[in-house]
Design a protein around this ligand. Structure first.
Ligand code: FAD
Length: 460
């Protein structure tokens, strides 16, 4: 049995940040990670001889902790390419249309444009009444939490193209359909990430920059001292956490056991049920985990000889309501050795395409790219994808979703420690929830809780 001051479960950005902070504060800490790699929802793969992100990728303009980490790690941060026009594909009404646009709101008919602008203003007014650490206390919290984003949209967006454009944005930001999201939960998500416009923007927004060579380098930098101290155990899923006097015993599926007075669970709530807690966790924490399913997303990066779309005045950014590859960005390497487009199959279509054969999925992705960028998109030189829905240690992405009633009925259970068990992970973040930035901040907060507790214990 290995004794430590704290065991951290999960070596994503949140668990690593927490463990690193505890380690740097002089606490003895071990991290258990289920996968054979660190980084969790960030992950890289090889495409045309280069390392590319197939999970979390962008640094938002306001993501200060992540930017700082990139700086400390000596990473080369590249602004997201955004020169040129964007594309909107809609097939509402009688015909299939592809429109070029610039700015945040795509060109639409004047009525749709007006109601989209009004809807965004209403969201921004409503989010102002929330406090990030207790959105369930807002005056209208209960009414907002017991309606879906879909029902709100039905009231405020009456034109078909207005609703489709809004749908596209929701699907790409939340990887879920508006019908399963609490309106309060969505407002909180917007507020946590500044606002709806920031969430959907590139320059100055949530998709501002990338890390040359992949985001995982930053996780590796965070993990360095833990690896050097032999305190990071890969392929070690925690399967049980049991009370033993003043300590907890954490059992890994490898058979190893670890003893500590504090445990930090740095995983999405949807993975909590893979660990048997004894005694059982409080009812609200159990229910919270049951009611926060993950979003649905398949991420794909496609390489071409050249970024040919740039020559046509296009930025590579494209969105669609009906094409399989519904959100696309330029991901060409700065060296110009080839062109690349990165994108997503999000929401309900992701679940449908997850069940299809890989060659059918590839054909659907390439078909979408041909519709956006023309025939030149038909012949890539490389193609990689990752289905996050069937990934057993994520069960979906980007984030655990706030379904109706969760925040007002169970919200405090997100972060309330349970007798020495603390909660990290981006889902527990008040600021930048859902993003790597939120994961880092939640890891810091959990570490501060543990350090505070340890300090109290040592003085008593
Ligand atoms: P995770 O990364 O999920 O870490 C949890 C860890 O716990 C995992 O490593 C998991 O294997 C491990 N684990 C689970 N159960 C156990 C167990 N029982 N025992 C031991 N270990 C366990 N964010 C951005 O900021 N920018 C983006 O551009 C962006 N794009 C994204 C695109 C995709 C396709 C995806 C999937 C995510 C994206 N995100 C993005 C979200 C971002 O990746 C996550 O918010 C962040 O990585 C979450 O970190 P975390 O540490 O909270 O959780």
């Amino acid at each position: 049995m290995i004794s430590r001051d704290c065991i951290v479960i999960g070596a994503g950005f949140s668990g690593l940040q927490c463990a690193r902070r505890l380690h740097d504060a002089g606490l003895r800490v071990t991290v258990l990670e289920a996968r054979d790699r660190i980084g969790g929802r960030t992950h890289v793969t090889e495409l045309a001889g280069r390392t590319v992100d197939i999970g979390g990728q962008w640094i938002g303009a306001a993501h200060s902790e992540l930017s700082n980490l990139a700086h400390q790690a000596g990473a080369n941060v590249l602004p997201q390419f955004a020169d040129g026009a964007k594309l909107l594909h809609l097939d509402s009404g009688d015909r299939d249309r592809l429109k070029r646009y610039r700015g945040i709101i795509p060109n639409a008919n004047p009525l749709a444009l007006l109601e989209l602008q009004r809807a965004i203003q209403k969201l921004s007014r409503a989010q102002r009444s929330l406090t990030l650490d207790a959105p369930w206390e807002a005056d209208q919290a209960s009414a907002w939490d017991h309606q879906t984003l879909e029902s709100w949209m039905r009231r405020h967006l009456r034109t078909r193209s207005g609703r489709e454009i809004f749908d596209i944005a929701i699907r790409s930001v939340m990887t879920a359909e508006p019908g399963m999201l609490s309106f309060l939960g969505f407002l909180f998500y917007c507020a946590s990430n500044q606002n709806f416009e920031v969430l959907t923007s590139v320059t100055g927004g949530a998709q501002a920059a990338t890390v040359d060579g992949g985001m995982v380098q930053l996780a590796e930098w965070l993990a360095q001292p833990l690896v050097a101290a032999g305190e990071l155990a890969l392929q070690s899923p925690a399967c049980a956490v049991k009370r033993a006097g003043n300590d907890w015993i954490v059992a890994a599926a490898t058979g190893a056991e670890f003893r500590a007075p504090r445990v930090v669970c740095a995983l999405p709530p949807a993975l909590q049920d893979r660990i048997a807690f004894e005694p059982a966790l409080p009812a609200n924490r159990v229910q919270l985990a049951n009611r926060m399913p993950m979003g649905s997303v398949i991420k794909t990066v496609v390489a071409y000889d050249t970024p040919f779309w740039r020559g046509a005045g296009l930025s590579g950014e494209a969105v669609s309501h009906s094409l399989a590859f519904n959100t696309v960005f330029d991901a060409s390497p700065p060296t110009g050795e080839f062109g690349a487009l990165v994108g997503f199959i999000d929401g309900a279509p992701a679940r449908r395409w997850s069940a299809a054969a890989p060659d059918q999925r590839r054909a659907a992705v390439l078909g979408s790219l041909v519709r956006y960028f023309g025939d030149a998109a038909r012949h890539p030189i490389g193609y990689v994808e990752h289905d996050w829905i069937t990934d057993p240690w994520s069960r979906g992405c980007y984030v655990g979703l706030l379904t109706p009633g969760v925040l007002t009925e169970l919200g405090p259970a997100l972060r309330s420690p349970c007798d020495g068990i603390h909660w990290a992970g981006t889902e527990t973040a008040t600021e930048f929830c859902g993003y790597i930035e939120g994961a880092l901040r939640a890891g810091q907060r959990a570490a501060n809780e543990v350090i505070g507790d340890s300090g109290e214990r040592s003085t008593t």
